[in-house]
Design a protein around this ligand. Structure first.
Ligand code: AMP
Length: 213
């Protein structure tokens, strides 16, 4: 099964993708994570994307499509979860072609709906474990007082450089201008299923499970 998790920054796509990885042996393809790795590796491409990401703008279609193409050629396990990709109509068209080349198809697009005030709250309070990617929130799920990640015991708490108010405004603007048209695009293709992305992680997970039936 190949699915897209679609939604604005802070909707919880990464958190839900990780549960699908654990439960269904699927492969999470997060272009945001891939770009952060490229940025940290100090390659030429990494240097180019670092500034774009810090501003909260979108990296070129060419770069992200190239990253996804490489991954689709590898092991497919229980299928792919596209998290943060596609983000433009050109990326959506490219994904359809890439899947077809691999003899694969898209089974569902799950739109995670969250209101804008909640997104701002979630993102400005967000921290993540630098080792396993577990997500924390200063108000609702603070980093454990013993200083260790509850999932993997790492002490590496990190905050994303683009999780600040200025970058976030730009990321939301990019979402509404370039990514939200994908909701109509996938609706018209009969592939869209929308879930309420607000609420407890397990409730959202249950809604996604229903949407995938
Ligand atoms: P994310 O971790 O999905 O919030 O992505 C972080 C940043 O990486 C975004 O704000 C963009 O700058 C960049 N990015 C991630 N995925 C894409 C994509 N599919 N297309 C363009 N830029 C992307």
């Amino acid at each position: 099964m190949n699915i897209i998790l679609l939604g604005p920054p802070g909707a919880g796509k990464g958190t839900q993708a990780r549960t699908l990885v654990d439960e269904r042996n699927m492969i999470q393809l997060s272009t945001g994570d891939m770009l952060r790795e490229a940025k940290d590796s100090g390659t030429e491409m990494g240097k180019v994307v670092a500034e774009v990401m810090a501003r909260g703008e979108l990296v070129t279609d060419e770069i992200v499509i190239g990253l996804i193409r490489e991954k689709l050629e590898g092991d497919k396990q229980g299928g792919f979860i596209f998290d943060g990709f596609p983000r433009t109509l050109a990326q959506a068209d490219a994904l359809a072609e890439l899947l077809e080349e691999q003899g694969e198809s898209l089974d569902a697009v799950v739109e995670m709906r969250v209101d804008d005030d909640a997104l701002v709250q979630r993102i400005t309070a967000r921290s993540t474990c630098g080792n396993c990617g577990e997500v924390y929130n200063d108000q609702t799920k603070p980093w454990p007082t013993d200083g260790k990640c509850s999932k993997c015991d790492s002490t590496d708490v990190t905050r994303r450089a683009d999780d600040n108010e200025d970058s976030l405004k730009q990321r939301l603007m990019e979402y509404y201008k370039k990514t939200s048209p994908l909701i109509g695009y996938y609706y018209a293709k009969g592939q869209l299923r929308s879930v309420n992305g607000l609420g407890e992680i397990d409730d959202v997970k249950a809604s996604i499970t229903d949407a995938l039936k």
